[in-house]
Design a protein around this ligand. Sequence first.
Ligand SMILES: [Cu+2]
Length: 674
Amino acid sequence: MRTRKVNMIISLVTIMGGMALVVACGQRNATTVIEGDAAEQVYIAPGEYDEFYAFLSGGFSGQITVYGLPSGRLLREVPVFSQYPENGYGYSEESKPMFNTSYGFVPWDDSHHIELSQQNGEFDGRWLFVNGNNTPRIARVDLSTFETVEILEIPDVAGLHCAPFITENSEYLVSGTRFSIPIPQKDVPIDTYKENFKGLINYVSLDQDHGTMELAFQIEMPGFNYDLARNGKAVSHGWSFLTTYNSEQAHSLLEVNASQKDKDLMAIINWKKAEEYVAAGKFTERPTSYYHNLMDESTGIAHSQEMKMTRILKPEDCPEMVYFIPVPKSPHGCDVDPSGEYIVGNGKLSADMSVYSFSKIMKAIEEKNFDGEIEGIPVINYDAGLHGILQKPGLGPLHTEFDEGGNAYTTFFISSEVVKWNVDNLEILDREATFYSPGHLVIPGGETRKPEGKYLVAMNKITKDRYLPTGPELAHSAQLFDISGDKMKLLLDFPTKGEPHYAQAIRADKVKPNSKKFYNIEENAHPYATLGESKTKVVREGDEVHVYMTAMRSHLAPDNIEGFKVGDKVFFHVTNLEQDWDVPHGFAIQGATNAELLVMPGQTKTLLWEPKKVGVYAFYCTDFCSALHQEMSGYARVSAKGADVPLKWGLNETLRENQEQAEKFYEQLENKSK
Ligand SMILES: [Cu+2]
């Protein structure tokens, strides 16, 4: 038995490898396909701006990176699911609660799919959502600040790969479990998979004004692997489409055992119907545990709340809510065209691609044209829902995006190429080699009702010889194509961070005008904010010491502090008093075991320092802020645990022992400088 399985694997690998070789030999060399004006097309002159923002997920980095298109210039890394010492995210006291989960503090995840918020099927430039795969979570990034402001854990799922797909008016984020598990979790043998393991499809509702997430309901599904999804738009608004693999319900050696059947399934959900069932109370409440972490805008402090109940809808209690339709072998991508009529569901191991028609699916449902059912879920007849088949387009189709002219662009992992085809007549129009093995691709607006159709970026899984070698690990590569003409044209390679899975790109003028320049200090409601140098102080509460510190070009106040003791927990609450764009101040102190703080103008951030040894320790500003940045420093004196050195602090040589003295001193200082 074992030998047979091993042989099967070997043969599968051989076939796939063979396919890759055949195609690779037929590929043209990259240098031969670059035309003379490519450099000009991607060149952004110094001081000029890119036309698009592209947001790339970081995969195992857990973060998001922001690039300009067409230049491919890295503009920013936005920390989301992983601690980020560069700015203290996940290390500062304000941001630590972002990582609270039902498993405790989890400062890493695997971020996969970016979704920008939409209205009427178009990007509105307000928020960005991304999933955490390993500890199932969804995060929201505010595009006025490019900061992560919310993380919602999704309960009772495993590997939240299939997430977070947005509906066309940002009503919901839809997600599905990648790995089915016992629900609720319990101690059972793994080989009881078929009887004990279940899947969930989750609907997170979004507050229309603030973007705040709430787990609205979960639909209990058969124990398959839910892989990717898209929501309907225009004619198909109100429906979701999710591919599944492993309808075999295997739990070991999936590469063989989950590739047995000729067809897997696409789940089709009528979420408007689900809403009706929720309103009618057709759900069951199930005790569970998940965390909701939300940044308070006025204080900049994240708060966590443990949620203890979830609402479950069961298809058998809710007729006409869930359907299946067969999809060729081991599907991955599931993409809806801009009209909302066509749904592309492609099998990774199938030679052809199936394109479904929403109106035909609706007709089949109406006529009850079903081929049986699975756990009470009707299976729509494959042919009845089919628009047509794209014959032999390439090998290993993964993902599809669209342009505004009725064309689709699909990545082929095994044959390393992007193929352009017409959605209506299923004619193949063009193919271009990628270097190498693309996963997702992105066209600005390419999954919305209004694609921009100017550029396409393929995110490649394998880099090999594209860049100067940097040891065994190479940066993943992205490749930019011009798709404005009939034929695609390769313009540029650029390295990326982590492993970008999906990306979305948006016209810069939808984001740029809302970009915040600094935080208004008058609106700073942080409980430890210091709104002026005269308010700086140091307060002891037992073993806890709170330093109310300010930063202003080019000094920290106070800059000399005495009276700390070994064993203290010292909280440096640093308020950046600047009210100007691009003047952050940083804070670092020797012996701190976390990271620096990077404090934006008008904000307060807190670093915990636990001195372990007596001595005098330097602290300083880490962000080069002015010509006298090197002077922006100070000293903290640490005495022995039982010492009776009083707390004293100050600026300009004289240390004060109490706040009244300090205030007087600062007033004099201010008057002098007037
Ligand atoms: Cu500074």
